[in-house]
Design a protein around this ligand. Structure first.
Ligand SMILES: *[C@@H]1O[C@H](CO)[C@@H](O)[C@H](O)[C@H]1NC(C)=O
Ligand SMILES: *[C@@H]1O[C@H](CO)[C@@H](O)[C@H](O)[C@H]1NC(C)=O
Ligand SMILES: *[C@@H]1O[C@H](CO)[C@@H](O)[C@H](O)[C@H]1NC(C)=O
Ligand SMILES: *[C@@H]1O[C@H](CO)[C@@H](O)[C@H](O)[C@H]1NC(C)=O
Length: 561
């Protein structure tokens, strides 16, 4: 007790409170779609997540480069979570200072993680507001879902400023789901043509035979979902009985991590599970669902915390989640990137949907617009998946750009080495056909990395087959399942899994991929660009990446080392 009291004196009296902001550039405006219910009562409990400053981040980056570069002697020599922990664990000083600061405010109900770099603490709202000067917690609702957030920026005491990256649970409301929609944007099919994308169509297009299914004991794959919607086991079973006739498969999810609510099934939730289990057929599948249990938590951040706290995880994770890059603080994105690196050095592949708004559009002034990249799609440490459609939507022809396919250039992260020559070659190929340079940043990380069909899917949701479901949240689990299949074959051969794929993918130079060379994606509807973003071109492009996988060729290319 005495130590705690002494600390209060030290913090409050000896140094004047000089608060500093950790996320000055974070957008704190509450979007209009959320309506304010009112301030949170002073004694209501909040759960906040403290991201402690890590050590060894440079070495972590260097390690990731080595273990994912096929030309490095360290290739695929992955670390266990315990080893990652000894690399990045915050210093004893950092841990002590942050703990004392929390305790001096009476906050002691904290959970840590194996890597010691997150603390998740419960405290009354009035304590949180005293701890984080500037923060004012209010409750907001959208579509019946309520969240607690601060509409004003927070600061932290000078003493802890250098020991924290950011505090989670104050800003960043969950974005709406990517625009997974069932909309008849296509004409009615003529007789004799296929009626939309099903597992059989995907498996035929990407050359998967009935024997291309999982059989390794130690393989698994996962989808992560952060929307207030759920997959239903009965829908998955129904889907597999309707569409799984031609290949061996599983019809049950192996493990659900998180809370599955009782609500109606969501299209997106159904889509992810049904399709990762159709290309990654016969591979045990996990679903991470709504890891944010409390109104003040950020579900995506909670998923990252969970990944950092579980030593046994599936090798492949697909995620359909994204936010406008310009709405997020640098501190947050930089730290999330470090979390991606932590997963990468463990041999875990993270696949993100590139988004469904093409190049996106941000209104700078009344007359001035630019494209709007999305994060984590724009992270250099994940594999980002774009979308295509069949040239003739109802025939298994070659693939062209799906105009919704998210893509472009980060304004925050530099072009990583692995893609520098691919991006340069694209610029040269397209030359004068590029959008105006005021719309995007040629020195940024360019995405997506590859693509798959994203248009005109069949999904079973709430026991009903639903046609015309579209979006990159369809293409991402399809690619994820194929990577998990390649991992399966590697594991059977005694090889490690693929881990962070990009350095190896870019070295293939498009080998084993169906190049997508036609079509442009959408962007700002203004006079300058007239709704057009980037266009596909031979080889890599910021619309469909390297194109779509020719499974047997990709397997052959990735089945050694
Ligand atoms: C991390 O895992 C450990 C051991 O399973 C558990 O005690 C701890 O509460 C977990 N941390 C969080 C933040 O959930
Ligand atoms: C794979 O599919 C393409 C197009 O559907 C086809 O041309 C090719 O011969 C198939 N087989 C292999 C082994 O690539
Ligand atoms: C699966 O993993 C366990 C523990 O990591 C290992 O002992 C076992 O040999 C592996 N099995 C196969 C078939 O690779
Ligand atoms: C362009 O990207 C670089 C990093 O790649 C960044 O430093 C710079 O600020 C960006 N420019 C704009 C206008 O966003």
């Amino acid at each position: 007790m005495r130590t705690v009291l002494t600390l209060v004196v030290v913090l409050v009296c000896s140094s004047p409170v000089r608060p500093g902001f950790l996320e000055e550039d974070q957008d704190v405006l509450i979007p209009d779609e959320w309506s304010r219910v009112g301030p949170v009562g002073p004694s209501e409990q909040l759960e906040l997540t403290f991201a402690l400053r890590q050590q060894g981040v440079d070495l972590l980056g260097e390690t990731l480069r080595r273990v994912s570069d096929p030309d490095s002697p360290q290739y695929a020599k992955y670390l266990r979570l315990e080893e990652v922990s000894s690399l990045v664990r915050p210093s004893d000083l950092t841990q002590k200072v942050v703990r004392r600061w929390l305790q001096s405010h009476g906050v002691s109900a904290c959970l840590s993680v194996l890597t010691r770099d997150f603390l998740q603490c419960t405290m009354p709202a009035q304590v949180a507001e005293a701890l984080l000067p500037g923060a004012r917690f209010h409750r907001y609702v959208r579509d019946g879902r309520s969240q607690v957030r601060s509409s004003a920026p927070y600061s932290v005491h000078d003493e802890v400023h250098q020991h924290l990256d950011f505090v989670g649970g104050l800003h960043r409301l969950p974005p709406r789901g990517q625009d997974v929609a069932s909309h008849g944007r296509n004409r009615h099919p003529k007789p004799g043509l296929h009626l939309g994308v099903t597992p059989a169509i995907l498996r035929a297009r990407y050359n998967l035979t009935a024997s291309d299914v999982g059989s390794s004991q130690n393989n698994s794959q996962a989808v992560a979902q952060f929307l207030e919607q759920y997959y239903h086991a009965a829908d998955l079973a129904e889907f597999m009985s309707m569409f799984g006739g031609s290949f061996p498969h599983l019809s049950l999810v192996d493990r659900v991590v998180g809370t599955q609510g009782a609500g109606r099934a969501g299209l997106e939730a159904s889509l992810d599970v049904e399709y990762i289990m159709s290309t990654g057929a016969n591979i045990p599948t996990w679903v991470f669902t709504n890891p944010g249990r409390h109104e003040s938590q950020e579900p995506f951040l909670q998923w990252m915390v969970l990944i950092s706290n579980m030593s046994a995880l599936p090798w492949v994770h697909t995620v359909s989640y994204g936010d406008d890059e310009d709405s997020l603080s640098n501190a947050y994105m930089t730290r999330i990137n470090t979390e991606f690196m932590k997963a990468g050095v463990r041999g875990i592949s993270l696949l993100f949907a590139s988004g469904d708004s093409g190049a996106g559009c941000r209104h700078l002034t009344k007359e001035e617009n630019c494209f709007r990249p999305s994060f984590p799609a724009s992270s250099p440490y994940v594999t980002t998946v774009g979308g295509t459609s069949f040239k003739n939507p109802f025939k298994m022809t070659y693939e062209v750009t799906d105009y919704i396919s998210g893509g472009g250039f980060s304004n925050v992260f530099k072009t990583p080495d692995y893609q520098a020559s691919a991006v340069k070659a694209y610029m040269q190929t397209v030359g004068g056909g590029l959008p105006p340079l005021t719309y995007f940043n040629t020195s940024g990380r360019a995405y997506p990395d590859l693509a798959a069909l994203s248009d005109n899917y069949w999904v079973v949701s709430n026991r009903m087959p639903v046609p015309w479901v579209s979006g990159t949240s369809a293409s991402t689990p399809v690619v994820g399942g194929m990577l998990a299949l390649i991992n399966d074959r590697r594991l059977l051969k005694g090889l490690p899994p693929l881990g962070f794929l990009n350095p190896r993918l870019y070295k293939l130079q498009g080998e084993a991929m169906f190049d997508v060379t036609e079509g442009c994606h959408l962007s700002c509807l203004d006079e300058t660009v007239q709704g057009r973003g980037f266009c596909a071109a031979p080889s890599w492009d910021p619309v469909t990446g390297w194109g779509t996988p020719n499974y047997p060729a990709l397997l052959a290319a990735l089945l050694d080392q």
